[in-house]
Design a protein around this ligand. Sequence first.
Ligand code: NAD
Length: 506
Amino acid sequence: MTAVFRLVGVVGAGAMGNGIAQLAAQAGSQVLLHDIRPGAADAGVAAITAQWNKLVAKERMGSAEAAACHSRLAAVASLASLQECDLVVEAIVERLDAKQALFAELESTLNSRAVLATNTSSLSVTAIAARLARPENVAGFHFFNPPPLMKLVEVVAGLKTDAAVCNRLADFTREMGHTAVMAKDTPGFIVNHAGRGYGTEALRIAGEGIADFATIDRVLREQVGFKLGPFELMDLTGLDVSQPVMEAIYHQYFEESRYRPSVIAAQRLAGGVLGRKSGKGFYDYPGGKQQCAAEPPPPAVNEIPPVWVSPRAARRSELLELLKSLHANMETGTSPSPQALVLVAPLGFDITTVAVVERLDPARTVGIDLMIDDAATRRRVLATNPATRLDMRDAAHALFARDGKPVSVIRDSGGFTTQRVVATIVNIASDICQQGISSPRDLEKAVTLGLGYPMGPLAMGDRYGPTNVLEVLFNMQTVYGDPRYRPSPWLRRRGAIGLSLTHEEN
Ligand code: NAD
Protein backbone atom coordinates (compact mmCIF):
# COMPACT_ATOMS: atom_id res chain seq x y z
CA MET A 1 0.00 0.00 0.00
CA THR A 2 1.44 3.43 -0.89
CA ALA A 3 -0.11 6.17 1.16
CA VAL A 4 -0.42 9.81 0.07
CA PHE A 5 2.13 10.54 2.80
CA ARG A 6 4.84 7.91 3.19
CA LEU A 7 6.26 9.01 6.55
CA VAL A 8 3.96 10.81 8.97
CA GLY A 9 4.93 12.41 12.27
CA VAL A 10 2.32 12.93 14.96
CA VAL A 11 3.21 15.32 17.78
CA GLY A 12 1.15 15.08 20.96
CA ALA A 13 0.26 11.59 22.16
CA GLY A 14 -3.00 12.50 23.85
CA ALA A 15 -6.53 11.43 22.98
CA MET A 16 -6.39 13.03 19.54
CA GLY A 17 -2.77 12.39 18.56
CA ASN A 18 -3.07 8.69 19.36
CA GLY A 19 -6.24 8.37 17.29
CA ILE A 20 -4.67 10.18 14.34
CA ALA A 21 -1.52 8.06 14.54
CA GLN A 22 -3.68 4.91 14.56
CA LEU A 23 -5.57 6.01 11.45
CA ALA A 24 -2.40 7.07 9.61
CA ALA A 25 -0.77 3.68 10.25
CA GLN A 26 -3.96 1.92 9.12
CA ALA A 27 -3.87 4.01 5.94
CA GLY A 28 -0.42 2.56 5.12
CA SER A 29 1.93 5.32 6.27
CA GLN A 30 4.96 4.83 8.49
CA VAL A 31 4.11 6.77 11.63
CA LEU A 32 6.41 8.33 14.25
CA LEU A 33 4.69 9.47 17.44
CA HIS A 34 6.30 12.10 19.66
CA ASP A 35 5.30 13.79 22.91
CA ILE A 36 7.14 16.27 25.10
CA ARG A 37 6.18 14.29 28.21
CA PRO A 38 8.69 11.47 28.76
CA GLY A 39 7.06 8.09 28.29
CA ALA A 40 3.85 9.53 26.74
CA ALA A 41 4.68 8.48 23.17
CA ASP A 42 5.50 4.91 24.29
CA ALA A 43 2.25 4.82 26.23
CA GLY A 44 0.52 6.08 23.07
CA VAL A 45 1.97 3.24 20.99
CA ALA A 46 0.86 0.75 23.66
CA ALA A 47 -2.66 2.22 23.72
CA ILE A 48 -2.96 2.11 19.92
CA THR A 49 -1.68 -1.48 19.86
CA ALA A 50 -4.31 -2.39 22.44
CA GLN A 51 -6.95 -0.87 20.12
CA TRP A 52 -5.75 -3.04 17.23
CA ASN A 53 -5.79 -6.12 19.46
CA LYS A 54 -9.37 -5.31 20.38
CA LEU A 55 -10.33 -4.95 16.70
CA VAL A 56 -8.74 -8.33 16.00
CA ALA A 57 -10.62 -9.92 18.93
CA LYS A 58 -13.88 -8.50 17.53
CA GLU A 59 -12.95 -9.78 14.06
CA ARG A 60 -13.03 -6.28 12.62
CA MET A 61 -9.38 -6.52 11.62
CA GLY A 62 -7.21 -9.47 10.53
CA SER A 63 -4.24 -10.30 12.75
CA ALA A 64 -1.80 -9.96 9.82
CA GLU A 65 -3.16 -6.46 9.13
CA ALA A 66 -2.84 -5.52 12.81
CA ALA A 67 0.75 -6.77 12.83
CA ALA A 68 1.50 -4.75 9.68
CA CYS A 69 -0.02 -1.61 11.25
CA HIS A 70 2.00 -2.23 14.40
CA SER A 71 5.21 -2.54 12.37
CA ARG A 72 4.52 0.87 10.82
CA LEU A 73 4.19 2.68 14.18
CA ALA A 74 7.01 3.82 16.47
CA ALA A 75 7.51 6.25 19.33
CA VAL A 76 10.34 8.76 18.99
CA ALA A 77 11.95 10.78 21.76
CA SER A 78 12.93 13.92 19.84
CA LEU A 79 11.50 16.26 17.23
CA ALA A 80 14.72 15.85 15.26
CA SER A 81 13.68 12.25 14.57
CA LEU A 82 10.83 13.61 12.43
CA GLN A 83 13.16 15.28 9.90
CA GLU A 84 12.37 12.84 7.06
CA CYS A 85 8.59 13.13 7.45
CA ASP A 86 6.56 14.39 4.53
CA LEU A 87 3.66 15.24 6.88
CA VAL A 88 3.61 16.19 10.55
CA VAL A 89 0.26 16.50 12.33
CA GLU A 90 0.28 18.33 15.63
CA ALA A 91 -2.22 17.52 18.36
CA ILE A 92 -0.54 19.26 21.28
CA VAL A 93 -1.97 21.65 23.85
CA GLU A 94 -4.49 24.17 22.41
CA ARG A 95 -2.27 27.26 22.77
CA LEU A 96 -1.25 29.54 19.91
CA ASP A 97 2.27 30.22 21.24
CA ALA A 98 2.96 26.49 21.76
CA LYS A 99 1.76 25.56 18.26
CA GLN A 100 3.68 28.45 16.63
CA ALA A 101 6.90 27.46 18.44
CA LEU A 102 6.47 23.80 17.49
CA PHE A 103 5.89 24.57 13.80
CA ALA A 104 8.86 26.98 13.72
CA GLU A 105 11.09 24.23 15.03
CA LEU A 106 9.65 21.65 12.64
CA GLU A 107 10.01 23.98 9.66
CA SER A 108 13.71 24.36 10.33
CA THR A 109 14.14 20.58 10.60
CA LEU A 110 11.95 19.20 7.81
CA ASN A 111 12.31 19.21 4.07
CA SER A 112 10.90 22.35 2.40
CA ARG A 113 7.94 20.51 0.83
CA ALA A 114 6.81 18.77 4.03
CA VAL A 115 3.23 19.52 5.07
CA LEU A 116 2.53 20.82 8.57
CA ALA A 117 -1.01 20.09 9.74
CA THR A 118 -2.71 21.29 12.90
CA ASN A 119 -5.57 19.55 14.67
CA THR A 120 -6.61 22.78 16.38
CA SER A 121 -10.35 23.17 17.08
CA SER A 122 -10.44 26.83 17.94
CA LEU A 123 -7.26 28.61 16.85
CA SER A 124 -6.69 30.28 13.49
CA VAL A 125 -4.66 28.20 11.04
CA THR A 126 -3.49 31.46 9.46
CA ALA A 127 -2.20 32.68 12.84
CA ILE A 128 -0.43 29.38 13.58
CA ALA A 129 1.38 29.68 10.21
CA ALA A 130 1.96 33.45 10.35
CA ARG A 131 5.58 33.43 11.51
CA LEU A 132 6.77 30.65 9.25
CA ALA A 133 8.87 31.04 6.11
CA ARG A 134 6.53 28.68 4.22
CA PRO A 135 2.95 29.23 5.43
CA GLU A 136 1.71 27.69 2.17
CA ASN A 137 2.64 24.25 3.60
CA VAL A 138 0.39 24.64 6.66
CA ALA A 139 -3.25 23.53 6.86
CA GLY A 140 -5.82 22.62 9.44
CA PHE A 141 -6.53 18.88 9.74
CA HIS A 142 -9.34 18.79 12.26
CA PHE A 143 -10.39 15.38 13.56
CA PHE A 144 -13.20 14.75 16.04
CA ASN A 145 -13.02 12.78 19.25
CA PRO A 146 -12.45 9.80 19.13
CA PRO A 147 -10.77 10.00 15.71
CA PRO A 148 -11.15 6.32 14.73
CA LEU A 149 -14.94 6.43 15.29
CA MET A 150 -15.77 9.97 14.20
CA LYS A 151 -15.56 9.64 10.44
CA LEU A 152 -15.25 13.33 9.59
CA VAL A 153 -12.16 15.51 9.06
CA GLU A 154 -12.25 19.23 8.33
CA VAL A 155 -9.41 20.25 6.04
CA VAL A 156 -8.86 23.93 6.66
CA ALA A 157 -7.12 26.34 4.31
CA GLY A 158 -5.39 29.27 5.98
CA LEU A 159 -5.03 32.53 4.05
CA LYS A 160 -1.76 31.44 2.44
CA THR A 161 -2.27 27.65 2.26
CA ASP A 162 -1.50 26.04 -1.09
CA ALA A 163 -4.68 24.36 -2.42
CA ALA A 164 -2.59 21.30 -3.37
CA VAL A 165 -1.76 20.78 0.33
CA CYS A 166 -5.47 20.66 1.19
CA ASN A 167 -6.16 18.26 -1.66
CA ARG A 168 -3.43 15.90 -0.46
CA LEU A 169 -4.82 15.99 3.08
CA ALA A 170 -8.31 15.26 1.73
CA ASP A 171 -6.90 12.28 -0.24
CA PHE A 172 -5.14 11.07 2.91
CA THR A 173 -8.41 11.39 4.84
CA ARG A 174 -10.10 9.12 2.31
CA GLU A 175 -7.25 6.60 2.65
CA MET A 176 -8.04 6.54 6.37
CA GLY A 177 -11.63 5.61 5.45
CA HIS A 178 -12.94 8.99 6.63
CA THR A 179 -14.82 11.82 4.92
CA ALA A 180 -13.02 15.10 4.27
CA VAL A 181 -14.79 18.42 4.06
CA MET A 182 -13.06 21.61 2.93
CA ALA A 183 -13.36 24.67 5.13
CA LYS A 184 -12.12 28.24 5.09
CA ASP A 185 -10.11 29.34 8.12
CA THR A 186 -12.87 30.99 10.17
CA PRO A 187 -13.83 30.65 13.86
CA GLY A 188 -15.15 27.16 14.59
CA PHE A 189 -14.57 26.10 10.94
CA ILE A 190 -17.76 24.27 9.87
CA VAL A 191 -18.89 21.90 12.63
CA ASN A 192 -18.29 24.02 15.72
CA HIS A 193 -19.81 27.01 13.91
CA ALA A 194 -22.89 25.15 12.61
CA GLY A 195 -23.35 23.62 16.08
CA ARG A 196 -23.92 27.05 17.68
CA GLY A 197 -27.66 27.02 16.95
CA TYR A 198 -28.74 23.98 18.94
CA GLY A 199 -27.47 24.40 22.50
CA THR A 200 -27.37 28.18 22.42
CA GLU A 201 -31.00 28.65 21.43
CA ALA A 202 -32.14 25.88 23.80
CA LEU A 203 -30.34 27.63 26.67
CA ARG A 204 -32.04 30.87 25.68
CA ILE A 205 -35.47 29.17 25.77
CA ALA A 206 -34.72 27.69 29.20
CA GLY A 207 -33.39 31.05 30.37
CA GLU A 208 -36.66 32.71 29.45
CA GLY A 209 -38.53 30.24 31.66
CA ILE A 210 -40.56 28.91 28.74
CA ALA A 211 -39.93 25.24 29.45
CA ASP A 212 -37.64 23.18 31.66
CA PHE A 213 -34.55 21.33 30.41
CA ALA A 214 -36.22 17.91 30.17
CA THR A 215 -39.21 19.30 28.24
CA ILE A 216 -36.98 21.07 25.73
CA ASP A 217 -34.99 17.85 25.25
CA ARG A 218 -38.16 15.78 24.76
CA VAL A 219 -39.60 18.24 22.27
CA LEU A 220 -36.47 18.37 20.11
CA ARG A 221 -35.97 14.60 20.18
CA GLU A 222 -39.55 13.75 19.41
CA GLN A 223 -40.50 16.53 17.04
CA VAL A 224 -37.30 16.88 15.00
CA GLY A 225 -35.58 13.52 15.61
CA PHE A 226 -32.36 14.65 17.33
CA LYS A 227 -30.75 11.63 19.03
CA LEU A 228 -29.96 13.64 22.14
CA GLY A 229 -31.70 16.75 23.41
CA PRO A 230 -29.45 19.82 23.72
CA PHE A 231 -29.18 19.50 27.52
CA GLU A 232 -28.42 15.77 27.36
CA LEU A 233 -25.77 16.59 24.78
CA MET A 234 -24.20 19.35 26.89
CA ASP A 235 -24.18 16.95 29.88
CA LEU A 236 -22.40 14.34 27.76
CA THR A 237 -19.79 16.76 26.38
CA GLY A 238 -19.36 18.62 29.68
CA LEU A 239 -19.73 22.38 30.06
CA ASP A 240 -15.96 22.63 30.66
CA VAL A 241 -15.61 21.73 26.97
CA SER A 242 -18.72 23.24 25.35
CA GLN A 243 -18.91 26.61 27.15
CA PRO A 244 -15.35 27.71 26.17
CA VAL A 245 -16.18 26.81 22.54
CA MET A 246 -19.37 28.91 22.70
CA GLU A 247 -17.46 31.83 24.22
CA ALA A 248 -14.49 31.55 21.81
CA ILE A 249 -16.65 31.63 18.71
CA TYR A 250 -18.72 34.54 20.05
CA HIS A 251 -15.61 36.63 20.77
CA GLN A 252 -13.78 35.64 17.58
CA TYR A 253 -16.79 36.90 15.61
CA PHE A 254 -16.49 40.19 17.52
CA GLU A 255 -19.57 39.68 19.72
CA GLU A 256 -21.90 38.70 16.88
CA SER A 257 -25.26 38.29 18.61
CA ARG A 258 -26.12 35.05 16.76
CA TYR A 259 -23.49 33.24 18.82
CA ARG A 260 -24.09 34.93 22.17
CA PRO A 261 -23.47 32.35 24.94
CA SER A 262 -25.78 31.84 27.89
CA VAL A 263 -25.30 33.02 31.44
CA ILE A 264 -26.94 29.77 32.61
CA ALA A 265 -24.10 27.69 31.18
CA ALA A 266 -21.42 30.14 32.38
CA GLN A 267 -22.74 30.00 35.94
CA ARG A 268 -22.97 26.20 35.92
CA LEU A 269 -19.42 25.96 34.64
CA ALA A 270 -18.24 28.29 37.41
CA GLY A 271 -20.08 26.15 39.96
CA GLY A 272 -18.59 22.88 38.67
CA VAL A 273 -22.00 21.58 37.52
CA LEU A 274 -20.46 20.21 34.34
CA GLY A 275 -22.58 17.24 33.31
CA ARG A 276 -22.06 13.49 33.52
CA LYS A 277 -18.39 13.83 34.44
CA SER A 278 -19.22 15.78 37.64
CA GLY A 279 -22.23 13.62 38.53
CA LYS A 280 -24.60 16.57 38.12
CA GLY A 281 -25.45 18.69 35.12
CA PHE A 282 -28.81 19.64 33.67
CA TYR A 283 -29.79 16.18 34.92
CA ASP A 284 -28.61 14.25 37.98
CA TYR A 285 -26.49 11.11 37.49
CA PRO A 286 -26.73 8.98 40.63
CA GLY A 287 -24.54 5.91 40.01
CA GLY A 288 -23.70 7.33 36.57
CA LYS A 289 -27.26 6.92 35.29
CA GLN A 290 -29.32 9.86 34.05
CA GLN A 291 -32.25 10.60 36.31
CA CYS A 292 -35.31 12.27 34.84
CA ALA A 293 -38.68 12.74 36.53
CA ALA A 294 -41.49 10.94 34.68
CA GLU A 295 -43.91 13.13 32.74
CA PRO A 296 -47.26 13.58 34.48
CA PRO A 297 -50.18 12.01 32.61
CA PRO A 298 -52.52 14.31 30.62
CA PRO A 299 -55.12 16.01 32.83
CA ALA A 300 -58.48 14.26 33.29
CA VAL A 301 -61.13 16.54 31.82
CA ASN A 302 -64.86 15.73 31.95
CA GLU A 303 -66.00 17.80 29.05
CA ILE A 304 -63.99 19.36 26.26
CA PRO A 305 -65.49 22.62 24.96
CA PRO A 306 -66.14 23.22 21.27
CA VAL A 307 -63.04 24.20 19.33
CA TRP A 308 -62.62 27.18 17.04
CA VAL A 309 -59.50 27.45 14.86
CA SER A 310 -58.04 30.76 13.73
CA PRO A 311 -58.24 31.25 9.96
CA ARG A 312 -54.58 32.32 10.08
CA ALA A 313 -53.34 29.05 11.66
CA ALA A 314 -50.32 27.42 10.01
CA ARG A 315 -51.21 24.12 8.26
CA ARG A 316 -54.87 24.94 8.99
CA SER A 317 -56.39 22.20 6.85
CA GLU A 318 -54.11 19.59 8.49
CA LEU A 319 -55.07 20.94 11.90
CA LEU A 320 -58.78 20.63 11.07
CA GLU A 321 -58.24 17.03 9.91
CA LEU A 322 -56.31 16.28 13.09
CA LEU A 323 -59.09 17.73 15.26
CA LYS A 324 -61.63 15.67 13.35
CA SER A 325 -59.62 12.52 13.97
CA LEU A 326 -59.51 13.43 17.67
CA HIS A 327 -63.34 13.76 17.64
CA ALA A 328 -63.30 17.42 18.58
CA ASN A 329 -66.55 19.32 18.49
CA MET A 330 -65.72 21.91 15.84
CA GLU A 331 -67.07 25.41 15.47
CA THR A 332 -67.26 26.77 11.95
CA GLY A 333 -68.39 30.36 12.57
CA THR A 334 -66.28 33.38 11.62
CA SER A 335 -65.67 34.07 15.29
CA PRO A 336 -65.58 31.77 18.34
CA SER A 337 -68.67 31.26 20.55
CA PRO A 338 -68.29 32.45 24.17
CA GLN A 339 -67.60 28.83 25.30
CA ALA A 340 -65.09 27.90 22.62
CA LEU A 341 -61.50 26.86 23.10
CA VAL A 342 -59.64 29.07 20.63
CA LEU A 343 -56.72 27.50 18.77
CA VAL A 344 -54.00 29.44 17.01
CA ALA A 345 -50.92 28.07 15.24
CA PRO A 346 -48.45 30.91 14.74
CA LEU A 347 -44.96 30.82 13.26
CA GLY A 348 -42.52 32.91 15.27
CA PHE A 349 -45.16 34.97 17.09
CA ASP A 350 -46.10 34.51 20.73
CA ILE A 351 -49.64 33.56 21.69
CA THR A 352 -50.34 36.87 23.43
CA THR A 353 -49.47 38.87 20.31
CA VAL A 354 -51.61 36.61 18.14
CA ALA A 355 -54.59 36.91 20.50
CA VAL A 356 -54.26 40.70 20.54
CA VAL A 357 -53.74 41.11 16.79
CA GLU A 358 -56.57 38.68 15.89
CA ARG A 359 -58.83 40.19 18.58
CA LEU A 360 -59.31 36.82 20.32
CA ASP A 361 -60.09 36.28 24.01
CA PRO A 362 -56.60 35.48 25.43
CA ALA A 363 -58.17 33.60 28.38
CA ARG A 364 -59.43 30.93 25.97
CA THR A 365 -56.55 31.02 23.49
CA VAL A 366 -54.01 28.20 23.23
CA GLY A 367 -51.34 27.76 20.53
CA ILE A 368 -50.11 24.61 18.82
CA ASP A 369 -46.81 24.25 16.97
CA LEU A 370 -47.48 23.11 13.45
CA MET A 371 -44.30 24.15 11.70
CA ILE A 372 -43.67 20.42 11.31
CA ASP A 373 -46.41 18.24 9.92
CA ASP A 374 -48.13 16.48 12.86
CA ALA A 375 -47.78 13.09 11.15
CA ALA A 376 -43.98 13.51 11.10
CA THR A 377 -43.65 14.09 14.83
CA ARG A 378 -43.88 11.89 17.93
CA ARG A 379 -45.00 14.72 20.23
CA ARG A 380 -47.33 17.71 20.10
CA VAL A 381 -46.47 21.03 21.68
CA LEU A 382 -49.02 23.52 22.97
CA ALA A 383 -48.35 26.98 24.38
CA THR A 384 -50.44 29.08 26.71
CA ASN A 385 -50.27 32.83 27.21
CA PRO A 386 -50.22 34.43 30.67
CA ALA A 387 -54.01 34.95 30.57
CA THR A 388 -54.98 31.44 29.44
CA ARG A 389 -57.52 29.89 31.85
CA LEU A 390 -56.38 26.61 33.40
CA ASP A 391 -59.55 24.80 32.29
CA MET A 392 -58.84 25.84 28.69
CA ARG A 393 -55.20 24.76 28.95
CA ASP A 394 -56.22 21.38 30.39
CA ALA A 395 -58.97 20.90 27.81
CA ALA A 396 -56.52 21.52 24.97
CA HIS A 397 -53.96 19.19 26.57
CA ALA A 398 -56.52 16.39 27.05
CA LEU A 399 -57.92 16.83 23.54
CA PHE A 400 -54.56 16.59 21.78
CA ALA A 401 -53.52 13.61 23.94
CA ARG A 402 -56.68 11.64 23.03
CA ASP A 403 -54.89 9.38 20.54
CA GLY A 404 -52.08 8.63 23.01
CA LYS A 405 -49.49 10.95 21.46
CA PRO A 406 -47.46 12.76 24.14
CA VAL A 407 -48.18 16.46 24.58
CA SER A 408 -45.96 19.14 26.13
CA VAL A 409 -47.47 22.42 27.27
CA ILE A 410 -44.99 25.29 27.36
CA ARG A 411 -45.29 28.93 28.35
CA ASP A 412 -45.78 31.77 25.94
CA SER A 413 -42.84 32.84 23.84
CA GLY A 414 -41.97 34.23 20.48
CA GLY A 415 -41.80 31.02 18.52
CA PHE A 416 -42.20 27.51 19.89
CA THR A 417 -39.12 25.52 20.98
CA THR A 418 -38.88 23.56 17.72
CA GLN A 419 -39.48 26.64 15.57
CA ARG A 420 -36.81 28.63 17.37
CA VAL A 421 -34.16 25.94 17.39
CA VAL A 422 -34.78 24.77 13.80
CA ALA A 423 -34.87 28.34 12.46
CA THR A 424 -31.66 29.21 14.31
CA ILE A 425 -29.85 26.12 13.01
CA VAL A 426 -30.98 26.77 9.43
CA ASN A 427 -30.11 30.46 9.68
CA ILE A 428 -26.59 29.87 11.00
CA ALA A 429 -26.02 27.23 8.31
CA SER A 430 -27.23 29.70 5.69
CA ASP A 431 -24.74 32.23 7.01
CA ILE A 432 -21.96 29.65 6.64
CA CYS A 433 -22.98 29.41 2.96
CA GLN A 434 -23.22 33.20 2.73
CA GLN A 435 -19.64 33.54 4.01
CA GLY A 436 -18.41 30.80 1.67
CA ILE A 437 -16.89 28.88 4.61
CA SER A 438 -17.73 25.60 2.89
CA SER A 439 -19.80 24.36 0.00
CA PRO A 440 -23.42 23.53 0.87
CA ARG A 441 -22.62 19.88 0.15
CA ASP A 442 -19.69 19.80 2.59
CA LEU A 443 -21.76 21.67 5.18
CA GLU A 444 -24.44 18.97 5.05
CA LYS A 445 -21.86 16.18 5.35
CA ALA A 446 -20.03 17.94 8.19
CA VAL A 447 -23.17 18.45 10.26
CA THR A 448 -24.58 14.95 9.83
CA LEU A 449 -21.23 13.22 10.50
CA GLY A 450 -19.74 15.69 12.98
CA LEU A 451 -22.84 16.59 14.98
CA GLY A 452 -25.02 13.54 14.31
CA TYR A 453 -28.10 15.63 13.42
CA PRO A 454 -30.91 13.67 11.79
CA MET A 455 -30.35 15.60 8.54
CA GLY A 456 -28.16 18.40 7.24
CA PRO A 457 -29.27 21.92 8.21
CA LEU A 458 -30.13 22.88 4.63
CA ALA A 459 -32.16 19.69 4.16
CA MET A 460 -33.83 20.56 7.48
CA GLY A 461 -34.76 23.98 6.11
CA ASP A 462 -36.20 22.41 2.98
CA ARG A 463 -38.05 19.70 4.91
CA TYR A 464 -39.84 22.19 7.16
CA GLY A 465 -40.19 24.87 4.49
CA PRO A 466 -37.75 27.72 3.82
CA THR A 467 -40.63 30.19 3.86
CA ASN A 468 -41.78 28.84 7.24
CA VAL A 469 -38.24 29.25 8.59
CA LEU A 470 -38.09 32.79 7.20
CA GLU A 471 -41.48 33.63 8.68
CA VAL A 472 -40.35 32.36 12.10
CA LEU A 473 -37.20 34.48 11.92
CA PHE A 474 -38.95 37.65 10.70
CA ASN A 475 -41.57 37.37 13.45
CA MET A 476 -39.04 36.45 16.16
CA GLN A 477 -37.03 39.49 15.20
CA THR A 478 -40.17 41.59 15.67
CA VAL A 479 -41.08 39.99 19.01
CA TYR A 480 -37.58 40.11 20.48
CA GLY A 481 -36.14 43.10 18.62
CA ASP A 482 -32.92 41.10 18.66
CA PRO A 483 -30.63 41.13 15.61
CA ARG A 484 -29.60 37.53 16.33
CA TYR A 485 -32.81 36.44 14.55
CA ARG A 486 -32.20 38.47 11.39
CA PRO A 487 -32.31 36.06 8.46
CA SER A 488 -29.05 35.54 6.61
CA PRO A 489 -29.14 37.12 3.14
CA TRP A 490 -28.40 33.63 1.72
CA LEU A 491 -31.55 32.26 3.36
CA ARG A 492 -33.64 35.19 2.13
CA ARG A 493 -32.36 34.70 -1.42
CA ARG A 494 -32.79 30.95 -1.40
CA GLY A 495 -36.05 31.01 0.54
CA ALA A 496 -38.12 31.01 -2.61
CA ILE A 497 -36.19 28.32 -4.52
CA GLY A 498 -35.20 25.98 -1.70
CA LEU A 499 -31.96 25.46 0.15
CA SER A 500 -31.12 21.98 -1.02
CA LEU A 501 -28.14 21.08 -3.11
CA THR A 502 -30.01 20.43 -6.31
CA HIS A 503 -30.92 24.10 -6.60
CA GLU A 504 -27.80 25.80 -7.89
CA GLU A 505 -27.85 29.56 -7.98
CA ASN A 506 -27.48 31.46 -11.18
P1 NAD B 1 -4.42 15.99 25.34
O1 NAD B 1 -4.18 16.88 26.50
O2 NAD B 1 -5.10 14.67 25.54
O3 NAD B 1 -3.02 15.67 24.64
C1 NAD B 1 -2.06 16.65 24.33
C2 NAD B 1 -0.69 16.00 24.36
O4 NAD B 1 0.24 16.92 23.81
C3 NAD B 1 -0.22 15.69 25.78
O5 NAD B 1 0.20 14.34 25.84
C4 NAD B 1 0.95 16.64 26.01
O6 NAD B 1 1.96 16.08 26.81
C5 NAD B 1 1.41 16.87 24.61
N1 NAD B 1 2.10 18.14 24.40
C6 NAD B 1 1.79 19.36 24.89
N2 NAD B 1 2.65 20.28 24.44
C7 NAD B 1 3.54 19.65 23.64
C8 NAD B 1 4.66 20.05 22.84
N3 NAD B 1 5.02 21.33 22.80
N4 NAD B 1 5.31 19.13 22.14
C9 NAD B 1 4.94 17.84 22.18
N5 NAD B 1 3.90 17.37 22.91
C10 NAD B 1 3.21 18.27 23.61
O7 NAD B 1 -5.17 16.86 24.25
P2 NAD B 1 -6.16 16.38 23.08
O8 NAD B 1 -7.54 16.34 23.61
O9 NAD B 1 -5.59 15.19 22.42
O10 NAD B 1 -6.09 17.66 22.11
C11 NAD B 1 -4.97 17.93 21.32
C12 NAD B 1 -5.32 18.93 20.26
O11 NAD B 1 -6.43 18.49 19.50
C13 NAD B 1 -5.71 20.31 20.78
O12 NAD B 1 -5.26 21.28 19.86
C14 NAD B 1 -7.23 20.25 20.79
O13 NAD B 1 -7.82 21.51 20.70
C15 NAD B 1 -7.48 19.45 19.53
N6 NAD B 1 -8.77 18.74 19.50
C16 NAD B 1 -9.25 18.11 20.61
C17 NAD B 1 -10.47 17.44 20.52
C18 NAD B 1 -11.02 16.73 21.73
O14 NAD B 1 -12.23 16.49 21.76
N7 NAD B 1 -10.21 16.36 22.70
C19 NAD B 1 -11.17 17.39 19.31
C20 NAD B 1 -10.63 18.01 18.20
C21 NAD B 1 -9.42 18.69 18.30
